[in-house]
Ligand binder design. Sequence first.
Ligand code: EPZ
Length: 420
Amino acid sequence: MDSLLIKGAVPLHGEVTIGGAKNAVLPIMAATLLTAEPCVIRRVPHLSDVRFMGQILTWLGSDVRFEGDTIRTQARKIKGAGDYDLIRKMRGSVCVMGPLLGRLKKASVSLPGGCVIGARPINLHLKGFQALGARVTIEAGYVHASAKRLVGSAIFLGGRAGSTVLGTANVMMAAALAEGVTVIESAACEPEVVDLADFLNAMGAQISGAGSPTVTITGVKQLHGAEHEVIPDRIEAATYAIAAAATHGEVTLRGARAEHMRAVLDKLKDAGVGIERRGADIVIRRARRLKPVDITTLPYSGFPTDVQAQVMALMALTPGISIITERIFESRFMHVSELTRLGADIEIEGPSAIVKGGKPLSGAPVMASDLRASAALVIAGLAARGTTQVNRVYHIDRGYENIDGKLRQLGARIERIEEP
Ligand code: EPZ
């Protein structure tokens, strides 16, 4: 398993181009199953999760071709069941259920397991399918949904932690080919949901209200092929912004969308970081002196849970006490023990982490556990004195394209150690 070797305490300088959003491209790839016509998706990041979704679509019968940062697909005929092993390995693949149900009126996928950040149930997805008229059963580790007809309905998707991003995506995709009108109340408002709705409308769907808690989908008989350019990845952009702040550098984020990052940029400003918008770019400037901030993760447009670990690494470097509360997932503090190994002083109190920041961090070998926790360890390693080795980097390759190459371009002393 590869690891990253980082020699820290080097300010990052220069510019980094932000790629397409992983969490937009995965459901958009799934949506191509809704038509037998060719689709083209542009600004696709080179990530293992994206390649994996390509394998799943291929397994389901779609013709998938990767050409640089473009994917061409054509799902002439597709199977209604996903391969147990393939789908079990990446829970984001649960979003093939909606299109399979929409197009074939049947879908069988392996129940996505939990992961290190939480149980990751899909009860709200299934509630949405049932509301559309599907019969849902669970057996032998598979979840099956089937319907003679899908009929539009009113569906409330609010759950224990607000709405569900992929649940909203799944129900939107199934409802696009249902008969009549579906109204989703308490829909997820994330930009990635809006991007999916834009792609579906380009395919001929009739969806309005995406980005608000009430989304209306008027079913149509058929959808046609479409081309689409994916939105930039607001989480990747936030990660590089925090890395720039953590190393007291100055970095320009090329192609980031500030309007998708308001909560993060607002908190970085409160922490004393210089933020300047320059057209489609955002310049992140070293802070004279970092200040502690309190953060609670919330559904969009609140502070994103996918940036919680990264900002905790920044607060570990910041003199003073910060309280970081995780309200979306039940166990998303796997990075705390590893940050502690680098010298951070963090105590967990229920859903909150109390960060007593300001002591300089010193490098050490650390273990990545999930995608965003790994990014936090890289940020801490970039700021720490000495050398940090981040092991199990496959976690990071799931969601960050060429992170070591992009950081080297910014002046970081980082190299990838490929282990057989
Ligand atoms: C998406 O996951 C993202 N993944 C996650 O990003 C992100 O953290 C999450 O949304 C929240 O923003 C992709 O888009 C591929 P949810 P998703 O359903 O849709 C509970 C990353 O690092 N819930 O919005 O699976 C759930 O347990 C990944 O890029 C139910 O209770 O998340 C959680 O507490 C990690 N029942 C909360 O809702 C359900 O049926 C939010 O989950 C579904 C969810």
